[in-house]
Structures are given as C-alpha cells and as structure tokens.
Design a protein around this ligand. Structure first.
Ligand code: GTP
Ligand code: MG
Length: 201
C-alpha cells in the first residue's frame, strides 16, 4: 500500500469524542517511550506528524490521523512511566480500556514492545487483557536498530518462549525500527488486508 496523504484529524480525551466511526481504524499502544509516535511517522513518511519526545508521557490524548482519506491510524498515550499519580493512572486505564473495548471501527491494535527488554509486567498484563477480551492485536517489537542481530534474535526468542506458555497459537509478530523503516511494509500489509475486510462487511 502506498501512503498518499496523512493528516492529523484531532486529539480526543474520550472514545465518544473521537471522529465518526465510519472508517477502519488501527491503534498503536505500548509503554511510554516505546516508539509509538516515531513508528507512525515512519509509516506515514512524515517527520513530525505524531509528536515524539525523549521524555516519557508526551502523548496524552487519543490522536487520530487520517490516511489516504479513508482509514485512521491512532496514536495512544503510553503507560508505565514513573512520574504518575494513582489517579492519573486510573484515568489512563479508563480512557484506553473504554476506547479499546467500545470503538466499533477499531480493526486491529498494534501492541508495541521494546525489543531490548525481557517480558515486563505491564506489557504482559496488557497482552492478557487483550486475550481475555478476545480483541485482535499484532505485537510489534520496536527499536530493532539498537541491537546486534545476535542480541535481537536472543531477545525475540525469550519473548516467543514466554508467549508460548500463554497462548495456544502465537499472536502475529512484527520486528520494527522507525530509524531503518524495518517492519513498515509488514504493518501496512496487515492494515491493507484488514481494510479489505472492512470494505467487504
Ligand atoms: P509516549 O508518547 O511518551 O508514550 O512515547 P512514544 O511511544 O510515542 O515514543 P516516541 O515515538 O516519542 O519515541 C521515544 C524515544 O525513542 C524518542 O527519543 C525516539 O527518537 C526514540 N525512538 C523511537 N523509535 C525508535 C527506533 O526505532 N530506533 C531508535 N534508535 N530510537 C527510537
Ligand atoms: Mg507518543
């Protein structure tokens, strides 16, 4: 798929305030700083479409970007950064869980996980939540450029072993780097396939 146009639509504090749910939609979720906004920029070939930052917590609302005038990419706020109060965390959870559960045009969620780290509690909890609610997702390992081939292979194997204990069939997985544009084609192919399903509905 070729990205011809990518434009920011709006930031919403609540799924009810998101754009009309008439176009297929794909969300990016993951720990703060994992590289959600950077990957959206890599996919859309824009440097600054989604705001990125070295400081965790840059993205705080549900951000919609309209692609090729007929589907949405959604940049969600990250979880798991240290400087956050209990109330803020509870608000985040409510905003995101409501969105994930109730957004009727959400076709797939890309769950981003830093390829350098072993399985972490918050990521495991999120994967479990998707599993128990039977929501479709694709795991995207990020920042692959930061590891040597060998270390990347080892790290992915550790993750695969963890997932094998949890899931009868392994969920789809994509390895990515926003810098090298690794994984971009695969993500777009997944979206393309699912867009066809939305059309067929
Ligand atoms: P929040 O909005 O805080 O949840 O973060 P985010 O997940 O959107 O992360 P963001 O895209 O802002 O990236 C965080 C930091 O990681 C930035 O300094 C990026 O430049 C860096 N980064 C993101 N993706 C990559 C990547 O693929 N490779 C490398 N080397 N750095 C990356
Ligand atoms: Mg962000």
């Amino acid at each position: 798929m070729i990205i011809k146009t990518a434009k920011f639509v709006k930031s919403s504090p609540d799924f009810r305030k998101c754009p009309d749910p008439r176009k297929p939609e794909y969300a990016f979720i993951g720990r703060s700083n994992v590289g959600k906004s950077s990957l959206i920029n890599a996919i859309t070939n824009h440097k600054k479409l989604a705001k990125t930052s070295g400081t965790p917590g840059k993205t705080q609302l549900i951000n919609h970007f309209e692609i090729n005038d007929w589907w949405y990419l959604v940049d969600l706020p990250g979880y798991g950064f240290a400087k956050i109060s209990k109330v803020m965390r509870a608000n985040w959870e409510k905003m995101i869980m409501d969105y994930l559960y109730q957004r009727t045009n959400l076709m797939n969620t890309f769950i981003l996980i830093d390829s350098r780290h072993e399985p972490q509690k918050l990521d495991k909890d999120l994967l479990d939540w998707f599993g128990s609610n039977q929501l479709p997702f694709t795991i995207v390992f990020t920042k692959a450029d930061k590891l040597t081939k060998k270390r990347l292979g080892d790290s992915l194997q550790v993750y695969r072993n963890y997932l094998k204990q949890q899931w009868e069939t392994l969920p789809p997985m994509i390895v990515s780097s926003a810098i090298d544009k690794l994984g971009v084609e695969e993500i777009l192919a997944t979206i393309d396939k699912t867009n066809m399903l939305f059309q067929a509905k």
